[in-house]
Design a protein around this ligand. Structure first.
Ligand code: AKG
Length: 255
């Protein structure tokens, strides 16, 4: 799926922009679902520290959930990360006009640094164009190779701002030092953000339990089920442990 050059750039600089990863029509529907979720969250959690970042987007819109069935997405996580990756967190990152958000601080998306081993992979799907006005993501290329998080002066010396179109995807090593930009435009800047982790790790929420709440649970494709951790659930009884192979909660060969 990726050329040797793309793989080399990814491993050298810690990120890769993939143009036209999702169609504009699908992005438009996701954007409408997301705006609805943001409006709801604003009413229900007006003082949240991470305002503008919707959690568990697969529960908040069918199209945002269907995105997890994308074969392209599975191919990308297989190729850039590991087989059978699961989701640690499926969020959004929206910048309202005149603002940044919680993601605008200098940070990495994985607290663990293990040399030459990725525990998490970041993914941003731009639902609006990213540029200097709308607040494209700032990254420090190559910073994933170090355990040290630079201070603001050092970060700004090395950082570049990612410019991309609606529908483009940014994949990055979760140790890449980055931050959301500030939105200087008169319109929101929306993005979907997913943090993938290895299948033996834990997700931030119990997704298989939560997904039962939504009407589209029966339409989940195989890849979406795997991403949401259905293949690595823990048996809660001996009866569940001894289930036949086809019904097992924790499949074998999860990396
Ligand atoms: O919105 C962005 O540009 C980046 C978001 C971010 O840094 C994050 O979600 O960790």
């Amino acid at each position: 799926m990726f050329t040797q050059k793309q793989r080399t750039l990814f491993s050298e600089y810690g990120y890769l922009v993939v143009p036209a990863f999702e169609t504009l029509d699908t992005c438009q529907i996701m954007l409408e679902e997301l705006q609805h979720a943001l409006d709801e969250d604003h009413l229900n959690y007006p003082n949240a520290f991470d305002l503008g970042m919707v959690h568990n987007c697969f529960l908040r819109g069918k199209t945002m959930c269907d995105h997890l069935s994308s074969q392209k997405l599975r191919d990308a996580t297989d190729n850039l990360f590991c087989k059978n990756a699961i989701i640690y967190a499926y969020q959004s990152s929206s910048l309202r006009p005149g603002h940044g958000n919680y993601g605008s601080r200098i940070h990495v998306d994985s607290p663990r640094y293990i040399p030459n081993y990725k525990t998490n992979l970041g993914y941003i799907l731009a639902l609006d164009p990213f540029n200097e006005v709308s607040g494209g993501t700032w990254i420090s290329p190559g910073s994933h190779k170090s355990e040290r998080i630079p201070d603001q002066v050092e970060f700004e010396k090395n950082a570049i701002q990612i410019m991309c179109n609606r529908g483009d995807a940014i994949f990055f090593d979760a140790r890449l030092v980055h931050r959301a930009g500030e939105n200087h435009s008169a319109h929101w800047r929306h993005a979907i953000t997913i943090n993938f982790c290895r299948p033996f790790m834990r997700s931030r929420f119990d997704f298989p339990k939560m997904i039962g709440q939504v009407p589209w649970v029966d339409d989940l494709g195989g890849s979406a089920r795997t991403y949401l951790g259905f293949d690595v659930r823990m048996p809660a009884s001996l009866d569940e442990f001894y289930l036949p192979e086809s019904e097992r909660l924790y499949l074998s060969n999860q990396e």
